[in-house]
Design a protein around this ligand. Sequence first.
Ligand code: NAD
Length: 713
Amino acid sequence: MYKGNTLTVSAIEPGLYELCFDNQSDSVNKFDAATIKELAEAGALLKDSDAKGLLVTSGKPVFVVGADITEFKGNFALDDEAFTANLNGANACFNQIEDLPMPTVCAINGFALGGGLEITLACDFRVMSTAAKVGLPETKLGIFPGFGGTVRMPRLVGADNAIEWIAGGKEYRADVALATGVVDAAVAPDDLREASLNLLKQAVSGDIAYQGRREQKKAPLQLNDIEMLMSFFTCKAMVQQQAGRNYPSPVAAIEAMEQSAKLGRDDALKLETQHFIRMARTFQSKALIGIFLNDQLVSKKAKTIAKGAADVKKAAVLGAGIMGGGIAYQSALKGTPIVMKDINQAGIDLGLAEASKLLSKRVKRGRMTADKMAEVLSRINPALSYEELSDVDMIVEAVVENPKVKHAVLKEVESKVAADTIITSNTSTISIDYLAEALERPENFCGMHFFNPVPLMPLVEVIRGTKTSDTAVAKTVAYANALGKKAIVVNDCPGFFVNRVLFPYFGGFALLLRDGADFAAVDKVMERWGWPMGPAYLSDVVGLDTAAHAADVLEAGFPDRMAQFEGLATNVLFKAGRYGQKNGKGFYNYEADKRGKVQKVATSESYELIAPHCADRTEFEADDVVARMMVPMVIEVQRCLEEGIIASAAEADLALVYGVGFPPFRGGVFRYVDEMGMANFVAMADSLKHLGASYEVTDKMREMAANGESYYG
Ligand code: NAD
């Protein structure tokens, strides 16, 4: 009946038709402008046809993955009138499907997310494969469902469930979707088509009534005032607290649902559109959508780099400490067997215990069976000698951060493995070129810098040394991909990318303390700004000893910008034996509470130690604190971009979000600069010039400011 580029309508048997999403120009189905246009055309044909029932399916492994996010930028830039018309058009198209003079059944075979789930809600019945996942993840992008999700979902499954699904933005399995009432049946993948067709035939024959359900979706919500209050008011407070003030879209979604609760479908949709546009205008949505697109770009690039590299069949990690243990766990979990070698049994026991603890947690939460846990653990092969390493094709060195020890270990291991084994180092600071000097085959060597804790932090910096071959980079990126990590390839320099740009930020912190700021107050300001931890707390978590060591490396590399000064607070505390969380004393003290959980507590001890090196206590405005902390970081990121340490603004921004927890709702440092405008940033930096070379913007930044240029256009 209809053949478009993204979907077709064809007869199954007399009276029964199938609308099949099957985008011919992409590997997945999504709601781009072309699909919506074709859906409108197909709907119009069906409306006036002899069809008695409609089955909605997908010709791809996914159902529909959602709206086409690459179209957001153009759409969101429209003025209110055009934007509203755009959304009205999509809603009219969905309504047309909902209003067809025949029952409709949707067979959800794979991912149905965002708009992909919203179109199923416009159908009368949903049958879901147990292999599929459904959800409304829009709030993760700083927006919320805009194709009728906030209208149909609460009318179908109740306000409480709708709020949970929409505000939480999670993906759900078929059993949960069924229990919630989002779908009407969950069946094995092989039974999906037959079960859906059966249901459709029953609806066509009148054995199952569909009109009542349809009316329910189009009527106001059936809640009295008390129930309204309980559902919306209570949930709103809870969601607000969970999301935090920097993420307004979950609460905006609830507001849309609340305000439209007493309205019929068409008026409720108008309200959804209004609130949707309000959210699409926020800088948070711009930032979060930017991260999504940067993530896609990085994943694509990593796939391209790794193309042609043989899979890592067996890996080895040297050193079973905090990092080595984490790497072994991650490798085993994702299916690559790994030898975990240490020089002492105690280290190995610790690494294994850590892996068991993490796996047990999964089993407890029902995310893994005990059998599977045993299988994962069996992939970690503990070793005290190099014998087990003869057949590994990838090595990650994660022994102590000491150049001499690393040189010795790398040299030794190279002599024990095959000539084409790739050797990497998880060093956080030591130059890859320097480490490569210990090797006969430096072309087979590069950096593979994980972040702590390994299972949680998505980033891996792959560091290319001067002599590193493309093959070594490709294989290392392939291994990072296999571990489920985001690999970003950077060039070698002191601190590589992430630590190099973090230290000017700590430098800004040190100057604030020198000039009389209270570290706890600085922490508060930066946490309010969005960082998961302020700089004093972060220093304690990293370890003041580790930070002092890294600061030495960076000072040697960039003496003009990163020279340390007499009385630097971190060093004063470190020299007084305060190493941070690891020994319970840093800027703060760390004590176990009644439940045995380590808590950060304020102490006068650290204030007394640093006071002789600091100016009298001065209150800084929050904006000044942020400027003094952020300006040196932004400038260093720009320098890395100009020097080719990192290839693009997108990769730099993503590395900061994934590697150090840069506030996602700000999108990264370059998105932050774009938001304020380069000219304003340069003016801000210039006003702080007296603080030293790390506050000097580059010529390129002045040029960008003069030309009104931005990073993301
Ligand atoms: P750690 O002290 O927890 O563990 C080091 C392990 O190496 C110990 O178990 C030790 O017994 C073992 N070891 C020492 N010499 C060895 C040898 N010759 N052969 C095999 N094992 C040996 O250290 P860590 O925090 O896991 O750090 C390891 C590496 O990872 C360092 O280079 C560090 O800079 C880097 N790194 C650490 C972090 C972090 O936050 N801890 C983050 C990123 C990178």
